[in-house]
Design a protein around this ligand. Sequence first.
Ligand code: CMC
Length: 428
Amino acid sequence: MPKTVELIIDGKSHHLPVIEGSENELAIDISDLRDNTGYVTLDVGYKNTGATQSAITFLDGETGILRYRGYAIEDLAEKSSFLEVAYLLVFGELPTKAQLDKFTHDITTHTLVHEDVKKILDGFPSTSHPMGVLASLFCAQTAFYPESLDPNRSTEGVYLSIVRSLAKMPTFAAWAYKNAVGHPVNYPDNKLGYCARFLKMMFALPAEDFEVDEVVADALDKLLILHADHEQNCSTSTVRIVGSSKASIYSSISAGINALWGPLHGGANQEVIVMLENIKKDGGNTDKWIDKAKDKNDPFRLMGFGHRVYKNFDPRAKIIKKAADDVLKKLGVNDPVLDIAKRLEEIALKDPYFVERKLYPNVDFYSGIIYRALGIPVDMFTVMFAMGRMPGWIAQWKELRENKEPIGRPRQIYTGQKLRPFLEISKR
Ligand code: CMC
């Protein structure tokens, strides 16, 4: 007998099916609730709403588990590469050597962007935030590849868009940075690997030789893996809801980039460094800033702390904290804000305010410190997050399409004025 729950409204009983996930997660299926009862559910911020059934990423916030397609994030971060993880997320299985070679080759041969992209880039003032530039350039792909607008594209056509998205992302990201600093753009060097190619496009200057530091490229590859997917977060839900209207992959992902930008989501990694710098400038009094974060009359929040889902620890933050130590040691960097970050973490983890609310360091708390050690400017931190999240957005967009999910269209409870007569302006 399939499990159901009983809902009694005005004495009338309704049986709602229970859905069980492969990790025993339970959900009440309310898809027919409005038709059968006239009621909708209200869940502002979607804290209790499962928007889809997905086979991509499993996370358990209570116990700090994160898995892509069943593989533990700890194993993937240690033993895999970003493109291997991208393949896993998008196609569902780890690639064989031949499959990974082909995928890498396909991506490597699509890294160039149309020359006219430079004209679009030139239109942005150097004050533009690189996230805005990235989202715009990404969406502009719809103009260069108008066939991507066809909602009934063939599997091969979709594959090409996926490859182009992954291939061109580092080019757009590096060019967004070059625009901000007023330097000429660099073209992709396809002899290099994914991260090394990006680093060369970012940092090479026409008048100087440039050698990619493998320590930096490896650290970046690991960071991208850690960011690659995170189930139905704000930006991914955005990608899915835009994609559900059958919008193209480029416009759906561009919307995801915009959603990621905000300081409560991917923008937090930039805010963490700004916060740590402010604390340093203020004399390094961490107790004072912890008190500010606890003061309900002060809008300040401890950036990089807390998570909607993780209520024990964020497994990505654990890996990143160790990676930050390793990278700083290998590169011989001594960053005083790392000490401030560690002190803040130590105090917060003992403080009843943070303990009671289950607020722990999240992925963004230490990632900014590594990015800084790698020479990435603060404005580019969220762009790095976007580069990492690309395979996840693609996988979720592809899954939505393959599952033929209906257009996303939530209901609301209207709280405005009832019908009233229109008053002409002379009578108001
Ligand atoms: N500093 C101080 N207090 C906090 C913080 C914080 N960082 N985060 C949450 N709280 C308090 C909040 O004031 C509330 O207290 P009370 O119950 O007394 O009103 C309680 O904890 C619950 O907070 P919430 O805002 O209802 O929780 P949420 O699940 O809606 O928000 C969050 C999650 C990540 C938006 C929030 O913790 C936050 O703003 N953190 C700082 C920004 C940040 O680091 N964001 C990156 C998230 S991880 C990367 C990603 O996936 O995007």
